[in-house]
Design a protein around this ligand. Sequence first.
Ligand code: ZN
Length: 466
Amino acid sequence: MTIQIYNTLTRMKEPFVPMEEGKVKMYVCGPTVYNYIHIGNARPVIVFDTVRRYLEYRGYDVTYVSNFTDVDDKIIKAANELGEEVGELTDRFINAYFEDVSALGCGKADVHPRVTDHIEDIVKFVEVLIDKGFAYESQGDVYYRTQKFDGYGKLSHQSTDELKVGARIEEGNKKENPLDFALWKAAKMGEISWGSPWGLGRPGWHIECSVMAREHLGDTIDIHAGGQDLTFPHHENEIAQSEAMTGKQFARYWMHNGYINIDNEKMSKSLGNFVLVNDIRKQVDPKVLRFFMLSVHYRHPVNFSENLVVSAQNGLERIRTAYNNLKHRLEASADLGDQKDIWNYKVDEIKNAFELAMDDDFNTANAIAAIFELSKLANVYLLEKNTQSDVLNHFIETFDGLMKVLGVPLDDETSLLDEDIDALIEERLEARRNRDFGRSDEIRDQLKEQGILLEDTAQGTRWKRG
Ligand SMILES: [Zn+2]
């Protein structure tokens, strides 16, 4: 079956057919890096990491790009308050971001472009928009002329008249139309800025994604994704910029994830109910957090409450117990009995149910239900004192494959951190210096068991996860 994706642009589930067979170009809007991320920021990272994993599971070669907004008003304000350079602050929070999301089981993107590395490209892009009549300079700022773009409002399904009602009339009257938005902002005194044909300044927020998506993925991308709050104005503006620039469709499938509520209330600074990933992952296993987030379909709101997280934890524990029992039984397997075809067939049926759920707009809630079915089936199998290694292995491999799609591996309880690996490599080197080859081989084997492959080169020992 073809994967169906709910496309915000058409408000329909559509069969997913990428532009180039077998390849997917995917862009996910990333964070503005001036603070630790909260669980609302973490949701799109987890959701779209899972989408990427499932596309890869289905054999697609995915190129995944996710940006860092590393200059904007909030960043400048935070840097001023802390007496820090903008670059120092953003580097610090980019590192913190990677720590948080990798704890949540999210892989790195193929490219994590930063705005400050693309200023020249942005200036060039804006110049073209001005040349084409889609943008105009006004007192050192540059604005996008929304009236000139026919499809403005098509993603958020609003007419420009409807949009105007909600638009803020700003002081100074620098804009031709209240719906116009800044592509370039003139620098205020003492602010970080770059030279441009319009004087010192810096890019507006929306332009960065148009420029970086084009730079790293080309004129048209397959999937553009982000939180639901980005639909308008951010993604609407990205479309206006990119399509005015290229005359081509910018993104073919637009995916948006729903909000997170805390104990049924909206998460907000004023309510003081912000939950930072960095805090919560010290209290709750981050794999449980991920499993919890995926227990709800990505387009629905998630209610974050202690009860629900505990129930996710218990659920994951049940799955893990069934999995570990299968592994123990395997050690004592005897290949008796002749019912293996029936059991393998039942396992495959559940695997199909998982795939059907994921094919249906990445319905992880139903996919997780299938995994619970698999643990129930495993428990029945084990209760009947069955010991066919063939069946046990089929169960285990199916668990491994499906849980890997969810990014919640079951066999990682002893998994090694990078620091541990480096320490073991150092110990192995020391053993070799002392000609203790027994210990050196032991360490190599121990790492191999954990899927870490070593390669000795003239420059030293390198390692990779196999
Ligand atoms: Zn964006």
